[in-house]
Design a protein around this ligand. Structure first.
Ligand code: OGA
Ligand code: MN
Length: 294
């Protein structure tokens, strides 16, 4: 019933990024194989499995389930008919109907930070990818945090971020239909620690978000909070903390949102098609350093 995969693991860049070869998701994975994948993922933060050309949405959801309960994206017009756990990101329009969300995540962010329990794990499958552009880039928030001065770390360990979806959605997505009142009501602002302790590795990571979600810092004037968030983000996304993934069709990426920022790079949407399937798993509310120490 189970197929024992023969997997190979290798690191792809400095501190984050890895490749898992030999992954076969056409049958359920045995627990031992999944445990090996999971520990590689925790160590490398993001990994790719290539050549999964025939991966079905059902197989993607089944693999997602190994990481936890799949989450259904809050804008139902972008979820896949019949497979609501799959959120479709695409520029393709078929019979006048967009296949999915356009222009998603083209700035540094961590997924669904605007929820009390943000996505801890994201899977992104490249069904069709452009020959150039449309990369997904990742920044290592463990390494960025560790590289800050001790004074800065002490200061930000105690800070909290106000995160809002509603106040930012329309300015970030002017080309999309606005959120409905019901969609807005389901998205109250939330507060997260600016530094979080990873519940599985125990390591500290910056959780500064990007432009979209992290609105301000609790207790600071807006301009000061936003300047600090920008400074932290600009530092944390310096090339030495970054792994850039160039997609091939059939790639599956899995990343840990608790310790990485990511962004989609631009591509020529007039010339090229890009169809991506995304699933997420929502874990726990972020843990602040003081909470972890208590
Ligand atoms: C997202 C996202 C990355 C990409 O939709 O949240 O980060 O490369 N997408 O499409
Ligand atoms: Mn994202």
């Amino acid at each position: 019933r189970y197929r024992m995969s023969t997997l190979a693991f290798r690191a792809l860049s400095g501190s984050l990024g890895g490749e898992v070869s030999g992954l076969d998701l056409s049958n359920p994975l045995d627990d031992q194989t999944f445990a090996a994948i999971k520990s590689f993922w925790l160590e490398r933060v993001v990994f790719v499995a290539r050549g999964l050309d025939d991966l079905t949405p059902e197989q993607l959801v089944a693999f997602t389930r190994r990481f936890g309960e799949p989450h259904v994206f809050h804008v139902s017009r972008y979820t896949m008919p019949g497979n609501p756990e799959v959120y479709v990101i695409s520029n393709v329009v078929e019979n006048g109907k967009p296949l999915g969300a356009t222009g998603a995540g083209t700035w540094w962010h961590t997924d669904e930070m605007y929820l009390e329990k943000p996505a801890h794990c994201t899977l992104l499958y490249g069904k069709e990818v452009p020959p150039e552009g449309g990369d997904t880039i990742f920044a290592d928030m463990y390494a960025a945090y560790a590289a800050l001065s001790e004074a800065m770390r002490d200061r930000i360990d105690r800070l909290q971020v106000v995160v809002t979806r509603v106040k930012t959605y329309e300015s970030y997505y002017p080309h999309r239909p606005p959120l409905s009142e019901d969609e807005k009501a389901a998205l109250p602002d939330v507060v997260h620690p600016l530094v979080r302790v990873h519940p599985e590795t125990g390591r500290k990571a910056l959780f500064c978000g990007g432009g979209e979600a992290a609105w301000n810092i609790v207790g600071l004037p807006l301009f000061e909070g936003q300047a600090l968030l920008r400074t932290l983000r600009d530092f944390a996304t310096l090339p030495r903390f970054v792994y850039a993934h160039e997609w091939r069709p059939g790639d599956l990426l899995v990343w840990d949102n608790r310790c990485a920022l990511h962004a989609a790079t631009l591509y020529d949407t007039e010339l090229h098609r890009r169809i991506m399937y995304r699933t997420t798993v929502h874990g726990e509310a972020p843990i602040a350093p003081a909470q972890a120490a208590a």
